[in-house]
Design a protein around this ligand. Structure first.
Ligand SMILES: C[S@@+](CC[C@H](N)C(=O)[O-])C[C@H]1O[C@@H](n2cnc3c(N)ncnc32)[C@H](O)[C@@H]1O
Length: 420
């Protein structure tokens, strides 16, 4: 998997873990802030409902984004951006993005599909926004089979099976509906026989299932006074092997609006939050870590099909509803004395008196994580990871993966860390 810049030693290896399927574990000891993976998307699609008119999009969604690089489209410089004259649903921030899209994400087949789906008579007009976004995904996924077969093969290898996806009658109905939409296009997806497949409801359901379990949301720019929505979804093939943990030891960063070379602004970087020993699984949280136990379990069951049995959930499963509700700042303040025992292989929280907090059910064992690794900016709830370490020292500057702010490490502020 990922390699250090200086050597070819792999940092992560893939293993099978009982009850979790494929997983990524550290193949060497990892240092706080170390980049363990840089991954590029094989597929991206807009999170905007298909039929939102441009002016509504601007009202209901905070910004407009380029359909190729997904950067903010500069509204103050409308002359440098251009809307596709044929489908009028795609906007490009530059001529360069438009011409790149013509041979990849916005081929004539995609353009024709978007145009047909966006016509006044389209049955999508009567559908919920999430179905319209799924229609966008299918167009992009079937297009991938035609213009980049190897990436389509990778998409097929990810987790997600059609029968689980169609387990409810509503989900089954929406798959049949979406499949009929794609079938109604003048030229259906071609090339599928290359993969030993035929265009079928099962294939459409399998693609939707893979999207549901593996897509990462690229968020709109952070603003403390606005609810933040997703601007685009992407499939990152190697990052798809990270499993979930409610107290993760890694988090992902993206810098979509950064001025980097073509396409690289869409790369995802995963950094470890603290030191991790060799052999330990590297996990992400699939949503903000501040969600309470019942919400986390519901989302994991409904969206990812599993019951979480992580250390945090095992403790919180015994909490009363009231205790669950009380996961607030007062509670964090009460436990400021908790400290991570750096030598403990199990990374168990240790109380001030040295006793194991995991044995004391009344104790709030995640206090250290929240104090040290959760961003305290209003309405942010991002996770903090140190900047990448230098050869000799770990950075004491923590970066938030949501609002992007930089913080001095809490340990430094408390005077618990020697000057580096
Ligand atoms: C993005 S994939 C992760 C990689 C996956 N394990 C695989 O084999 O490809 C998400 C799926 O992994 C499994 N998974 C992730 N985290 C898990 C956990 N903590 N416990 C059990 N299963 C988990 C679930 O099946 C989930 O739908």
């Amino acid at each position: 998997m990922s390699e250090t810049a200086e050597s070819s030693a792999p940092l992560l290896k893939m293993v099978e873990l009982e009850g979790k399927g494929r997983a990524l574990v550290a193949s060497v000891p990892l240092r706080a802030g170390q980049v363990v993976l840089r991954d590029s998307p094989i597929l991206l699609y807009s999170a905007l409902p298909l039929l939102v008119a441009p002016h509504d999009a601007q009202q209901n969604h905070n910004f407009e984004y380029c359909s190729q690089c997904f950067r903010l489209v500069a509204k103050e410089q409308p002359s440098s951006s251009c809307r596709c004259p044929s489908c009028s649903l795609s906007i490009f921030c530059s001529q360069n993005c438009q011409s790149l899209a013509l041979s990849s994400s916005h081929t004539p087949w995609v353009c024709q599909a978007l145009k047909q789906f966006g016509e006044g008579s389209s049955p999508l007009l009567r559908c919920q926004p999430d179905i319209q976004v799924q229609a966008r995904f299918l167009v992009v996924a079937y297009n991938l089979a035609m213009f980049c077969p190897s990436s389509f093969q990778t998409l097929l290898s990810l987790q997600g099976d059609p029968s689980t996806f169609m387990s409810s009658p509503e989900a089954k109905d929406s798959v049949f509906f979406l499949h009929s939409l794609v079938s109604s296009l003048p030229s259906g997806p071609v090339n599928l026989s290359t993969f030993g497949l035929s265009f079928s409801v099962e294939l459409t359901a399998a693609l939707l299932a893979k999207d549901k379990l593996n897509a990462f949301g690229l968020m709109e720019p952070f603003a403390p006074d606005k609810e933040r929505s997703v601007r685009a979804y992407g499939i990152y093939p190697r990052a798809s092997f990270f499993n979930h943990d409610c107290l993760p030891n890694a988090c992902r960063f993206d810098y979509v609006d950064a001025a980097t070379a073509d396409g690289r602004n869409l790369d995802m970087t995963v950094r470890v939050i603290h030191d991790v020993p060799c052999g330990r699984e590297i996990s992400l949280s699939y949503f903000p870590v501040n969600l309470k136990y019942s919400e986390r379990q519901k989302r994991l069951k409904e969206d990812y099909g599993f019951t979480c049995d992580c250390d945090r959930c095992r403790v919180e499963a015994n909490w009363s509803d009231q205790e669950d509700e009380e996961l607030d700042e007062d509670n964090l303040g009460d436990n400021e004395g908790a400290a991570m025992d750096e030598d403990d292989d199990d990374e168990e929280m240790v109380a001030e008196d040295g006793g194991s907090v995991a044995q004391d059910e009344s104790y709030f064992p995640h206090a250290y994580f929240f104090l040290q690794y959760m961003c305290n900016k209003d309405n942010c709830w991002g996770t903090l990871a140190p900047l990448p370490p230098s050869d000799s020292s770990t950075s004491t500057v923590m970066e938030c993966n949501v609002c992007g702010s930089l913080h001095q490490s809490k340990e430094v502020l408390d005077g618990n860390v020697a000057e580096q």
